[in-house]
Write a protein that binds this ligand. Structure first.
Ligand code: PGA
Length: 257
């Protein structure tokens, strides 16, 4: 089954509204003809409405980097799915390792956020991945499979695979320049797809997109994209400049694996 690749920019805590506007203005003409790939930009909350307004007539998907699963109420500092949709967000990153590690989000919270995003009609990009210690001690699959199982436990049975995106992001590869080898990325992502077939069904596993994240760059993107189960990238550092993000988008569009 052919899955449409996705190339997603995770700006993290970067860019003022003005910088976001300049970036988006430069990106739009470059992706106008990008066919066969979904381009997504995950902005800080502060620039989301501006970017959403600018991309309205394009195919660019704009999203937030986090939200809370309740819809309203006494949750100081939080933003709900409906608030994000109100300003034009179509997608949201859920459970990024920086949220898990710096802000203490656990598997249950991540799972509830993923399920709520789907229910609200936002496309969640659910992040999973192991630390260096876990990989070195042979605990990588325990960690990653546990994260995936917990997310699927919370997800309604009727949810289609197209409504969910996973991002396998080994924590030791994020922002370090230390990318997983294409074979390691394929190995992990292939196993995640197999697990999804087991805990849900083959249709779900065939339709769900699984991205790789962790120091993806113009010089390694083609080899990673060439892996059969890798459906795209979630990119931090190399997405901050339009020039390099455009190279990643082109590589994803050209990939036919
Ligand atoms: P990186 O970040 O590309 O800078 O490694 C990826 C991510 O954290 O999503």
């Amino acid at each position: 089954m052919a899955r449409k690749p996705m190339m997603a920019a995770n700006w993290k805590m970067n860019k003022t509204v003005r910088e976001a506007r300049e970036y988006t203005a430069a990106l739009l003409p470059r992706v106008a003809d990008a066919e066969g790939v979904d381009v997504a930009v995950f902005t800080p909350f502060t620039s989301l409405s501006e970017v959403a307004r600018m991309v309205e007539d394009s195919s660019v998907i704009v999203g937030a980097q986090n939200f809370y699963f309740e819809d309203s109420g006494a949750f100081t500092g939080e933003v709900s799915a409906s608030m994000l949709q109100d300003i034009g967000a179509k997608a949201v990153i859920v459970g990024h390792s920086e949220r898990r590690e710096v802000f203490g989000e656990d598997d249950e919270m991540v799972a509830r956020k993923a399920a709520r995003a789907v229910e609200a009609g936002l496309l969640p990009v659910v992040c999973i991945g192991e630390t260096k210690e876990e990989r070195d001690s042979g605990g990588m699959w325990d960690k990653v499979s546990g994260q995936v199982r917990r997310v699927m436990q919370e997800m309604d049975d009727g949810v289609d695979g197209e409504k969910v995106v996973f991002a396998y992001e080994p924590i030791w590869a994020i922002g370090t320049g230390d990318t997983a080898s294409p074979e390691d990325a394929q190995d992990a992502i292939g196993k995640i797809r197999g697990l999804l077939a087991e805990v849900r069904d083959q249709d779900f596993a065939d339709a769900v997109r699984i991205l790789y994240g962790g120091s993806m760059k113009p010089d390694n993107v083609a080899d990673i994209m060439a892996q059969e189960d890798v459906d795209g990238g979630l990119v931090g550092g190399a997405s901050l400049e339009v020039e390099s993000f455009e190279k990643l988008i082109s590589a994803a569009a050209e990939d036919d694996s």
